[in-house]
Design a protein around this ligand. Structure first.
Ligand SMILES: [Mn+2]
Length: 424
């Protein structure tokens, strides 16, 4: 299914008057709205190929309908999202769940939908049917050099796929660790992992980056070999200038101050990528902004402040991606909600009067500091975000149009009621 441009225009026309009224009010209360609009138009969020089907938990999976059956259909799904919001202009592939058969055709299809290929993701956290050695006791940390070698070779293969598609970064998330005290030697596990990552690093093309993603716990419950941002930063620093830390919002221990982590990583020039989601307890992979929207805003405030301090381009300096799982919602509707929440938090962060905040901090005026942040947070920026969409040719209200056009019903007609997205 493809969404014809005239349907978006027609929809926008119907809602034009109401939007104009709301937008003019919002714009009248802000300075430099044009600058904010341009930043919002430029900001693109990568959609992971594994989030287009229904996810599951270890207790079960309740399949959705009309899920994409192939890489081509996954690209088509991201194309639908991008047509609706013009903010989802990239797809992040997971190997081996999404190995392209024909690079040229895959690239052409993505280009047709206005999509680029974001970071490619390797997988050494599960065994594949044709795999020689098992990752049961880790991959890059494994005590057996042959297993480590296999994991390294897999990552190099992922880079090769990425090069063919025009991607320029590799995300490595390792499930390596231990479930019981004494199971492994922490130092030995770190050194093995570092050596393996160094071999992958050596295979990176000149203009590529590698992102080292960390996670506090799960699937290992005693130790994780890349367990927090400190360990990730340690690897990234030892690897070299092409290695960065990747922050996944759900990969922290409860109540971790993620906005502080982001701020310091940016200060060190070592924040490379971002995985958006939301959580109440752990790696819940819920819709971004559904549980802790204020935290999301505070993180964006750190991002904007930190990127501006280094003169970084907001849209292109970091790899922005969603990493979520959808157990009870339609994956596409969930992704539309996530992108909307990200744009709102970003827009609010752009409203923060950073100069006034710095002055209030110098004066230790704690009350004013809070007022400045919450002034931005409590501003309804939705009309500004909608105006940015309007200017880039997207729908004023993507989710409403998705439903009015009966996109899921159309996909079910095309693909069938009982389809399962590859990989999950
Ligand atoms: Mn992630």
């Amino acid at each position: 299914m493809q969404i014809d441009k005239y349907k978006i225009d027609e929809f926008n026309q119907q809602h034009a008057q109401e939007h104009k009224r709301r937008y003019e009010f919002a714009a009248s209360t802000q300075q430099n709205v044009a600058g904010i609009l341009q930043k919002l138009v430029d900001f693109q969020i990568g959609i992971p190929s594994w989030a287009l089907g229904t996810g599951g938990t270890r207790f079960g999976r309740f399949s959705g309908s009309g899920e994409p059956r192939s890489l081509e259909e996954k690209i088509e799904d991201v194309g639908l999202l991008h047509a609706l919001n013009q903010s989802s202009g990239a797809i992040s592939l997971h190997i081996p769940w999404d190995i392209p058969n024909d690079y040229k055709a895959t690239k052409a299809l993505a280009a047709q939908h206005g999509l680029k290929f974001d970071a490619v993701n390797s997988n050494t956290f599960q065994d594949q049917p044709d795999q020689k050695l098992s990752y049961k006791f880790g991959s890059m940390q494994h005590v057996d050099k042959a297993v480590r070698r296999q994991a390294v070779e897999h990552n190099i293969e992922v880079i090769r796929h990425g090069v063919e598609l025009g991607s320029d970064s590799l995300t490595v998330w390792l499930s390596d660790g231990s479930s019981f005290p004494g199971q492994l030697n922490f130092r030995g596990a770190f050194e093995n992992t570092l050596e393996s990552l160094q071999e992958v690093y050596a295979a990176l093309p000149d203009d590529w980056k590698v992102f080292v993603e960390y996670k506090a716990f799960e699937p290992n419950f005693y130790s994780m070999t890349v367990g927090d941002w400190g360990q990730s930063l340690l690897y990234a620093n030892k690897l070299g200038p092409k290695a960065y830390t990747l922050v996944d919002l759900g990969h922290h221990l409860p109540n971790a101050n993620i906005e502080q982590i982001v701020s310091l990583l940016l200060m060190e020039g070592k924040l490379g990528g971002f995985h958006f989601n939301d959580s109440k307890y752990g790696d819940d992979d819920l819709t971004t902004g559904s549980i802790k929207p204020y935290q999301l805003f505070l993180i964006f405030n750190s991002l904007v402040d930190g990127m501006d301090a280094r003169g970084m381009n907001h849209a292109t300096s970091l790899a922005w991606m969603i990493d979520a799982s959808h157990n009870v919602k339609d994956p596409l509707e969930d992704l539309l909600q996530s992108v909307e929440a990200i744009m709102i938090a970003y827009a609010q962060a752009l409203l923060v009067d950073q100069q006034a905040l710095k002055e209030a901090q110098q004066e230790n005026d704690v009350v004013r500091c809070q007022e400045i942040l919450q002034e931005a947070y409590r501003t309804d920026v939705r009309p500004i975000v909608a105006e940015a969409r309007l200017q880039s040719g997207a729908a004023l209200r993507p989710l409403q149009l998705f439903r009015e056009l009966k996109v899921r019903e159309n996909l079910i007609n095309e693909r069938g009621l009982k389809t399962v997205a590859t990989g999950l």
